[in-house]
Design a protein around this ligand. Structure first.
Ligand SMILES: NC(=O)c1ccc[n+]([C@@H]2O[C@H](COP(=O)([O-])OP(=O)(O)OC[C@H]3O[C@@H](n4cnc5c(N)ncnc54)[C@H](OP(=O)(O)O)[C@@H]3O)[C@@H](O)[C@H]2O)c1
Length: 343
């Protein structure tokens, strides 16, 4: 083979990450497979997209199993997909120009062709590109809409946030402070606990890994009880919080990461008498339930961000080849704020 042809093939190689096996318990690197494909050629109406940032999120774990859910499972032997920001590098579509940046759900593929449907243009002059995957994207919306629509916060109330140092949790806590709540966070390390109270303005924080009696620790941190519980983790941490729940409290069931890798669901306390006795509302939700409110919510988040009332926190991992490892690290608590992979 001519050396120039060989170099050209190498340059146009396109790495793709497939789901090779359905994880059992915690996902492993061997559940994913890397392949190399040729660079796609464009048809009329299509754009060629190059990944810039990839969002790794706990909910992807659910899509890797074949259990029935609100989104179809990933297919074995097919590319994994998630929220991404990509650059338009070629365009045969009037709506997009070379150099535009877009966000949307795309495959873990360095280069891919798209007809542009479902993609939103994003502007790096307004916010860093990665922010469109976090505070100005799905996790920011989840925090804001979960808290406002279900939590219905009133100034002076007390909120407890689990998974507090993560993408959703850091935003919930900060919005809580903007709205005049007393905010208590729960996270997995002393460093995160320190950050919550210094960087993010939480009133107090608890390290669940070093706390023997969560119910007692919550009681000590919330002398007036818990009016809102924004739950990102479920399991034993939630049992401790619910033991301190107030009359007419709202429990926002956003996530249950402590159970996502469980091969059998552990038995917890029966909460029904507690909910009845205290007239508590406990509601699960999927952020897309509130899609009609996305535009207003993003505007509000962007305003708070520009006013310096919200701090954007990210953990950035470098390199396409590290996407699976970054995803798995969510279950080890390696991130603070939104975990994104930069190409
Ligand atoms: N309902 C929706 O529409 C919606 C949308 C987005 C996200 N979510 C859910 O919201 C939750 C947070 O998502 P995120 O994107 O913000 O993730 P994240 O909090 O940024 O990252 C996950 C964090 O979870 C904690 N964690 C991991 N395993 C845990 C365990 N066994 N027990 C307790 N904590 C554990 C870790 O922090 P520590 O160091 O503190 O352990 C880790 O950093 C997830 O459950 C996710 O599925 C729901």
């Amino acid at each position: 083979m001519n050396v120039f042809v060989f170099i050209n093939i190498l340059v146009s190689m396109n790495r793709t990450i497939l789901l090779d096996k359905r994880p059992v318990g915690k996902p492993e690197l061997s559940d994913f497979r890397f392949i190399e494909e040729e660079k796609p050629s464009l048809k009329d109406g299509q754009i060629l997209l190059k990944l810039k940032f990839v969002s790794v999120d706990p909910y992807l774990r659910g899509r890797m199993s074949d259990a029935k859910s609100y989104v179809p499972p990933f297919e074995l032997g097919k590319p994994v997909s998630s929220g991404v920001v990509a650059e338009v590098v070629e365009s045969k579509n009037d709506k997009f120009s070379k150099g535009d940046f877009v966000s949307g759900m795309l495959a873990w593929k360095e280069l891919q062709a798209s007809d542009g449907k479902g993609l939103i243009k994003v502007d790096p002059k307004i916010a860093p590109l990665s922010a469109y995957l976090g505070i100005l994207g799905m996790t920011g919306l989840t925090a804001h809409l979960g808290l406002s629509e279900i939590g219905k916060p009133k100034s002076g109330e007390t909120i407890v946030v689990s998974g507090a140092a993560g993408a959703v949790g850091t935003v919930v806590g900060q919005i809580g402070k903007i709205l005049g709540l007393k905010v208590i966070g729960i996270a997995g390390t002393d460093e995160k606990v320190e950050l919550l109270t210094t960087e993010f303005g939480f009133d107090a924080a608890i390290n669940y890994n070093t706390t023997k009696n969560m119910a007692q620790a919550i009681a000590e941190a919330t002398p007036n009880g818990v009016d809102i519980y924004f739950d990102n983790v479920g399991g034993e941490i939630s049992d401790g919080v619910l033991a301190n729940i107030n009359k007419f409290a709202r429990v926002v069931v956003c996530g249950a990461i402590s159970l996502y890798n469980a091969t059998s669901i552990p038995m917890g306390p029966r909460v029904e008498p507690l909910l009845i006795k205290n007239s508590v509302l406990m509601q699960g939700f999927i952020v897309s339930n509130y899609s009609d409110k996305f535009s207003d919510s993003i505007q509000q988040l962007a305003t708070w961000l520009s006013e310096g009332k919200l701090t954007n926190s990210e953990t950035v991992v470098d390199g396409f080849e590290h996407i699976p490892k970054a995803f798995i690290s969510l279950f080890d608590g390696k991130n603070t704020g939104k975990l994104v992979v930069k190409m």
